[in-house]
Design a protein around this ligand. Structure first.
Ligand code: FAD
Length: 275
């Protein structure tokens, strides 16, 4: 049974932070509503005070800031697919967005909502750690910037404090020759992934973010080191140790590990890494 303690539209980030403070721990940010409203409908999330940030213009859009691309929290999945700056400077997100859910959800769901929700099977958190992105938070004590690899702390858990709003993600601009690849295995198109890998190859070095393969997105250090040496078999072996997949009604842990290895071999082929 859904229970909503109230609803308020925030006009600015400062207003939203003030509303969160007034709600005293009972406040809940509402962005695209594509995860939160579903959770409310299922009764798995108590509504508390819903603070709707969808009208805050400052949280929308994509811009360059020096050598980084800044993607506002309210940038929707469908915006990531077609934004030319994302396509040029962070193509991993442009490639990941079409894999997220379906058109109806991509038209409303936001990158900030996905990162804040921290579903371990979601694409963007793994992209964020593969890209060595930073998460920007604003709260009553000012602005904080947290490396994406430190932001995701557990199952649906992040380093965001209760009174803070995720305002943006910043990504180092892609360099010449940099390659971005994402692959995943799903039962049906649009489902959350059973297992997936997001890979960035920069200056011959690889960064691999895994999703659906642990309680949070994982940076796969062993597989990265082996792939840097052109050792695909070694990378697949190391990957099995890097990840810690769940067993559930969708798939067993061993199936997910196997699938991850298959995906890694295909990505290595995509990147032209010698077998
Ligand atoms: P909301 O639902 O509004 O919020 C989600 C959570 O994040 C809430 O707890 C909210 O309080 C918090 N929050 C939102 N924005 C902020 C912010 N700026 N600062 C602080 N906290 C915030 N996602 C995938 O990644 N891959 C999939 O394959 C996928 N498949 C889906 C299939 C279905 C059928 C559905 C319903 C959803 C699916 N999703 C999937 C989830 C979808 O991507 C959501 O859009 C996304 O996870 C949440 O974004 P949102 O803007 O809708 O956030």
């Amino acid at each position: 049974k859904a229970s909503i303690g109230g609803y308020a539209q925030a006009e600015t980030v400062a207003h939203a932070i003030a509303l969160l403070g007034e709600a005293g721990g009972e406040g809940r940010i509402l962005a695209g509503g594509q995860s939160l409203v579903a959770a409310l409908n299922l009764g798995t999330s108590e509504g508390d005070m819903l603070i709707d940030i969808a009208g805050i213009a400052a949280l929308r859009g994509v811009k360059l800031d020096g050598d980084r691309l800044v993607i506002g929290a309210l940038t929707r999945h469908c915006d990531l697919v077609r934004d030319p700056l994302v396509g040029e400077h962070a193509p991993l997100f442009a490639k990941a967005a079409p894999l997220v859910a379906h058109d109806a959800i991509r038209n409303r769901g936001t990158i900030g909502g996905s990162l804040a929700y921290a579903d371990p099977a979601a694409e963007y958190p793994a992209c964020a750690i593969a890209l060595d992105a930073a998460i920007i938070l604003e709260g009553p004590d000012g602005t904080r910037e947290i490396p994406a690899r430190d932001f995701f702390t557990g199952l649906f858990e992040t380093a965001r404090a209760e009174g803070e709003i995720l305002t943006a993600i910043t990504v180092p601009k892609a360099q010449d020759g940099e390659r971005h690849v994402i692959r995943e295995g799903t039962r049906r198109a649009g489902d959350y992934a059973l297992a997936g890998l997001a890979v960035v190859m920069r200056d011959g070095r690889h960064r691999i973010g895994a999703f659906g393969l642990g309680d949070r997105p994982l940076l796969c250090q062993g597989a990265m080191a082996a792939l840097d040496q052109g050792d695909v078999d070694g990378a697949v072996t190391a990957l099995a140790q890097d990840v810690d997949p769940p067993s559930d009604a969708q798939a067993s842990a061993s199936y997910r590990r196997h699938l991850a290895g298959v995906l890694l071999r295909r990505i290595a082929a995509d990147l032209g890494v010698a077998p």
